[in-house]
Design a protein around this ligand. Structure first.
Ligand SMILES: NC(=O)c1ccc[n+]([C@@H]2O[C@H](COP(=O)([O-])OP(=O)(O)OC[C@H]3O[C@@H](n4cnc5c(N)ncnc54)[C@H](OP(=O)(O)O)[C@@H]3O)[C@@H](O)[C@H]2O)c1
Length: 318
């Protein structure tokens, strides 16, 4: 009985491995539009797909970053400046893409641009802090998608949304996790709707990787800024010792565990764009696979107990 079961599991993985190795044809004629190509995953993916021969349309937030990317890639890669929080920018970028792809349509849309935004305990934050993050990570992603979908539908292409493992488990306060839960929800409904048109939607859920977003100095500065703006009553309830322990946890345990090999993530993105049978979800990074994802499936009381123990205790806790 156990032998049959093992053979069945082995067969499942063999079939899956074979299916996932099938690559779509005519990659050199396919256009892929990527947001947030100035640094991190977006930058590496743009160069990786360019090397593979796809026609990369790379959007950077600044012209300086676009210039640097052009200098590091082939003449086939083209850039445009795009701030995904600005509607007029999105309209102009859509027109720019239309002019390039013509009747072929857009094969791939990669919604990668994002910010970590102000973070800390929820009570230290203002509504505007949440709005800042949601405007880019969630509403920017939605607006770019809505604007470019007609072109993707024409090519029966792919939408690849970069969520995060924070979109499966919310461990810290602030808008980041909320925005990524939103990206997951948006991707789920989009995937079901677009299946009717031959468009596939994939979500990438990386754990922690070393990019500008996870730069220790930057993260600690953001948390300190949020703490500074909190009212005196909140500061008294949490206490200075809480802040120091919180910062220590982030700087000595969470961020140093971030992985360096960004291609673990960009390989997932590339697979989602080039495989005949892409996965619905890709998780990348050992922390995502071994810690956060399993914890997201645990009973809530158990996950709560673990995370509450890891986080420091406020000064005025009961
Ligand atoms: N690093 C991680 O551990 C991790 C884990 C899970 C998920 N992710 C996700 O991966 C994606 C890429 O992040 P990353 O880690 O590669 O960080 P990154 O190096 O900071 O890259 C983010 C990119 O997005 C751009 N961007 C920021 N705001 C933008 C806006 N309003 N409009 C257009 N572009 C904007 C940034 O441009 P500027 O630099 O010019 O602002 C930058 O090029 C994000 O969606 C992030 O949430 C990252």
């Amino acid at each position: 009985m156990w032998l049959y079961l093992a053979a069945l599991v082995g067969l499942y993985y063999l079939v899956r491995w074979y299916r996932e190795r099938q690559v779509v044809s005519h990659l050199r004629d396919k256009y892929v539009f990527i947001t947030g190509c100035g640094s991190g995953f977006g930058n590496l993916l743009a160069r990786q797909l360019d090397m593979r021969g796809l026609r990369v349309l790379a959007a950077c937030r600044t012209e300086k970053a676009a210039e640097q990317l052009r200098a590091q890639s082939s003449d086939r890669l083209e850039t445009v400046t795009l701030d995904i929080a600005k509607t007029e920018n999105i309209t102009a970028a859509t027109q720019w893409v239309k002019e390039r792809v013509g009747d072929r349509g857009l094969w791939g849309l990669v919604n990668n641009a994002g910010i970590s935004g102000p973070s800390g305990c929820n009570e230290w934050l203002t509504k505007q802090d949440f709005v800042t993050t949601l405007n880019v990570n969630l509403l920017g992603t939605i607006e770019v998608t809505l604007s470019l979908l007609p072109l993707v539908r024409k090519a029966r292409g792919r939408v690849v949304n970069i969520s995060s493992i924070a979109g499966r488990l919310s461990a810290v306060g602030g808008g980041y996790s909320i925005s990524k839960y939103g990206v997951e929800a948006f991707s789920d409904s989009l995937r079901r709707e677009l299946a009717h048109f031959g468009v596939k939607v994939a979500v990438i859920e990386p754990g922690s990787f070393k990019t500008n977003m996870t730069n220790t100095e930057r993260v600690l500065r953001q948390i300190r800024e949020v703490w500074d703006q909190a009212g005196s009553e909140i500061k008294e309830i949490y206490g200075r010792k809480f802040l120091e322990s919180y910062l220590k946890l982030i700087s000595e345990h969470v961020l140093p565990a971030a992985e360096e090999n960004l291609s673990e993530v960009t390989d997932c993105m590339e697979h989602a764009l080039t495989a005949c049978h892409p996965r619905t979800r890709y998780s990348a990074g050992w922390d995502a696979k071994l810690f956060y994802l399993p914890m997201s499936y645990m009973p809530t009381f158990l996950a709560d107990a673990i995370l509450t123990r890891i986080l420091p205790r406020p000064a005025k806790a009961l």
